[in-house]
Design a protein around this ligand. Structure first.
Ligand code: ATP
Ligand code: MG
Ligand code: FE
Length: 350
């Protein structure tokens, strides 16, 4: 099916057009620069930016794909999880487009969309061939840190664990701020860490103590790590010493990467699923990718990483998931469906 997908759950206005698993267009407008001076995504600014970017981004995607609205078989949109106001803009636009063109409307889950991205025809950044299921999926971004068991993309996705406080990308952004580095913090920490020693400071690995593992085996926590970095910076300042930015950045990054991979690989081992898929904007982290390659090889786990353009938020992944739903015979969503900022991952289609 020829599907146009709309993604507005955070700060990217993403419009994708796919035909089944064929990627025809993936156009993204981001309001990231507008959030920079606040050190994080400001929901009202994001929602307004989506409103402004939607029409030109849809037009651009249609132009790139070389299709007309009348050619579409369906209009798909992220209905959750994400920022409520931002989601509402996309959902409203998708409904309007579906009604105006008389096309079926599919409201889908953002997190499952991240997995759907990997079905599109592309050379994966890491891995080869087609996505095999079941797989463990680790989704790491500014808003999410979720570990999923995906048995079937359109009917069977289970949430194994998630962050109980900050998301991994959010931790990068907050720690960058503590170190006086600009937003978004991920790339800045990566850069600063290159000159640092990852073993210089032993920062805490959240929820990995035996008593935590009982209740939170696959959950994540990064707020304690952030506090530990803050204490370290304060101690240096109080002692009148320069803050060892490179060492802090490298040691912090190592702690995040270590916990992410330890938990993801524990899931692979416990559940007997020797496949791991990574997604989300934090996959841009070089150390995460490098450590994932090493540790998956050691554990006998097949690692897949889609190209970065499909890892960060985009509309193509939403169109791809909807195309799979259509191929499996799922009926359209009701036009009564609204944005749901906490849509659970088990609700693949709203
Ligand atoms: P959502 O959570 O809804 O997917 P988002 O906009 O927060 O939305 P992305 O755009 O996928 O997520 O990712 C942005 C996050 O990724 C930011 O927190 C940013 O700091 C982080 N990030 C980007 N590059 C890197 C990097 N090299 N290392 C670590 N984190 C990074
Ligand atoms: Mg983003
Ligand atoms: Fe996302």
């Amino acid at each position: 099916a020829l599907v146009l997908g709309i993604e507005t759950s955070c700060d990217e206005t993403g419009i994708g057009i796919v035909r089944g698993t064929e990627l025809l267009a993936n156009v993204i407008a981001s309001s990231m620069d507008e959030h920079a001076r606040y050190g994080g995504v400001v929901p009202e600014i994001a929602a307004r930016a989506h409103l402004e970017a939607l029409t030109p981004t849809i037009e651009e995607a249609l132009r790139v794909a070389g299709v007309r609205l009348a050619d579409l078989d369906a209009v798909a949109v992220t209905s959750g999880p994400g920022l409520a106001g931002a989601l509402m803009v996309g959902v409203g636009a998708a409904k309007a487009l579906a009604v105006a063109t008389g096309k079926p409307f599919y409201a889908v889950n953002h997190l499952v969309g991240h997995v759907g991205a990997d079905l599109l025809n592309h050379e994966p950044l890491v891995g080869e061939g087609e996505l095999e299921l079941p797989t463990i999926a680790l989704l790491v971004s500014g808003g999410h840190t979720s570990l999923l068991l995906v048995r079937d993309l359109v009917s069977d996705v289970e949430l194994l664990g998630e962050t109980i406080d900050d998301a991994a990308g959010e931790a990068f952004d907050k720690v960058a701020r503590l170190l006086g580095l600009p937003y978004p913090g991920g790339p800045e920490i990566d850069r600063a860490a290159a000159a640092g020693d990852p073993t210089a400071i032993r920062f805490p690995r959240g929820l990995t103590a035996p008593k935590d593992l009982e209740r939170h085996r696959y959950d994540f926590s990064f707020s304690g790590l952030k506090t530990a970095v803050a204490r370290h910076v304060e101690a240096a300042v109080a002692a009148g010493e320069p803050v060892p930015v490179a060492d802090v950045a490298a040691s912090f990054r190592e702690a995040v990467v270590d916990v992410l991979l330890t938990k993801a690989l524990a899931a692979c081992r416990d559940l007997g699923v020797p496949r791991l898929l990574l997604g989300g904007g934090v996959v841009a982290n070089r150390r995460l990718r490098e450590a994932a390659v090493e540790r998956c090889a050691d554990a006998g786990v097949a690692l897949r990483i889609p190209p970065l353009s499909l890892c960060t938020d985009n509309g193509a992944m939403i169109a791809s998931l909807a195309a799979q739903l259509i191929a499996a015979g799922h009926p359209p969503s009701s036009l009564g469906v609204g944005a749901d900022s906490t849509l659970p991952v088990t609700e693949i289609q709203a």
